[in-house]
Design a protein around this ligand. Structure first.
Ligand SMILES: C[S@@+](CC[C@H](N)C(=O)[O-])C[C@H]1O[C@@H](n2cnc3c(N)ncnc32)[C@H](O)[C@@H]1O
Length: 432
């Protein structure tokens, strides 16, 4: 299904669209590694694996499928957003075609074609400036990367598959919108609403510690996406680690965190493929520049560490060396990504120091709800709070807030707006 053709009349497709907006797809088409931790602008973690070679194969398969998606972008977007539309106009009666042409619609589609080509340059740049996981370095001049990618594409083609799956291409479109949420001035309002209360709650917890002394406090942000919340926390002086397992996110955050030399250096046209819910052409074609803040200019870099760690949250942070290591854990739009949220709660418990705090904000879009072949246990918000208490946390009733209206990668100019009714909670692991 092309991104443009979804119908909002069908409840199931409606919920899938929201899932896509939320950044996930419900399929077996993995874009993440499970048990390998990788250095990503910080300190890496070891694998806790039993069967290393098959895990490495799975990891390489996941990375190559994501690399292939970035590289397939131009072909995919031109076929779906441009050529299909031009063909529809071609097939019109002459009278209709003339009317459509008189509106400038064909010029608009051709403009979109140019902007897709511009987007593609950024997709290439993201891949060619990355060395994620154990993928061969695209810039080492040996040709190993090209050879590796060629083998992957041939294996897809010989299996009769599209180079990159539909779900991966949707994730790529979603990743473009995450650049807006996390690293553009256009995303500032969404961040104020979403990250603002989390950062404020964290500062409130440690209000007696001066910003330049907070580097001794370790804050973990699981499911960090493109890393802005983790960055914002580090900008308040805390040593901060983001954790993420999607290679889409890891390639994209690596690009921002390690390859940005000046503010607003990069430009994307993230709405160019969106032909529905559009009020005017300028909205659809508008450019978004990023990053609006330069990660290399972190104010407390002398006192506070910043790192991004690749790997599955439960696998990485339930390890022995993570026990009681963290002074605070901050989760944002993350808890509902769990197949079994009890495992997330146990991991948060394990990783927090006694007396340390967990601050959470998000909706309950259980990501594996109704996904064929996947196990998933969904809870209501009230049940979730019960589970938090049963895990042993002291739930701060005074700080619990419900019905918080939040957007997620929303296009403020779109004629369709989704709003989550999220909740925020603060819970503490009791001191011994
Ligand atoms: C809905 S997104 C939210 C991203 C970010 N916190 C934000 O608010 O923009 C959830 C993120 O969690 C990541 N994620 C999901 N399950 C994970 C896991 N088990 N370990 C690490 N990251 C995970 C996803 O890849 C995705 O980037």
């Amino acid at each position: 299904m092309s991104e443009d053709s979804h119908s909002h009349s069908d409840a199931q497709s409606d919920s899938n669209d929201q899932v896509q907006e939320h950044g996930h797809s419900h399929d077996h088409d993995h874009d993440h590694g499970h048990s390998h931790g990788h250095d990503h602008g910080g300190h890496g973690h070891c694998s806790h694996s039993h069967d290393l070679s098959s895990e490495q194969d799975a990891e390489m398969e996941a990375i190559s499928s994501v690399v292939a998606s970035f590289l397939y972008y131009k072909t995919y977007a031109l076929n779906n957003a441009i050529y299909r539309r031009l063909k529809c106009i071609d097939d019109l009666s002459e009278a209709h075609r003339m009317t459509v042409a008189s509106l400038g619609t064909i010029d608009k589609i051709k403009q979109a074609e140019e902007l897709i080509r511009e987007n593609y340059k950024v997709m290439l740049d993201i891949v060619y400036s990355s060395t994620v996981g154990s993928m061969p370095d695209p810039a080492d001049g040996t040709g190993a990367f090209k050879e590796w990618l060629k083998r992957f594409i041939e294996s897809r083609e010989s299996a009769g598959k599209q180079v990159a799956s539909e779900s991966h291409m949707k994730k790529l479109y979603g990743t473009m919108k995450l650049f807006v949420r996390d690293w553009s001035s256009e995303g500032a309002e969404e961040r104020r609403l979403t990250y603002g209360p989390l950062v404020a709650a964290l500062e409130d917890e440690f209000s007696t510690v001066a910003s330049d002394s907070r580097g001794d406090l370790n804050v973990l942000v699981p499911g960090a996406g493109l890393g802005r919340l983790a960055y914002d926390i580090c900008c308040r002086g805390f040593s901060t680690q983001g954790n993420e397992f999607s290679y889409f996110m890891l390639f994209a955050s690596n690009y921002i965190l390690n390859r940005s030399l000046k503010e607003d250096q990069h430009t994307l046209y993230p709405y160019v493929h969106q032909f529905s819910h559009v009020a005017c052409t300028e909205d659809q074609m508008r450019a978004v520049h990023f990053p609006d803040a330069l990660p290399r200019n972190m104010p407390y870099s002398a006192t506070a560490d910043f790192s991004m760690i690749a790997g599955d949250f439960v696998e990485v942070y339930s390890a022995d060396d993570e026990k009681e290591k963290w002074d605070a854990i901050v989760t944002c739009f993350f808890m509902d990504t769990a197949k079994n949220v009890l495992a997330y709660l146990d991991t948060i418990w394990h990783a927090l120091k006694p007396g340390a705090v967990w601050i959470n904000l998000g909706p309950l879009l259980w990501h594996f709800d109704n996904v064929a072949g996947e196990s998933s246990i969904e809870f209501t918000r009230d049940e979730f709070i019960e589970l938090v208490k049963k895990t042993g946390f002291v739930f701060d009733e005074a700080k619990f807030k419900e019905d918080i209206a939040l957007p997620y990668t929303a296009d403020p100019k779109s004629m369709l707006q989704y709003t989550y009714s999220a909740f925020m909670c603060v819970a503490r692991k009791p001191s011994m």
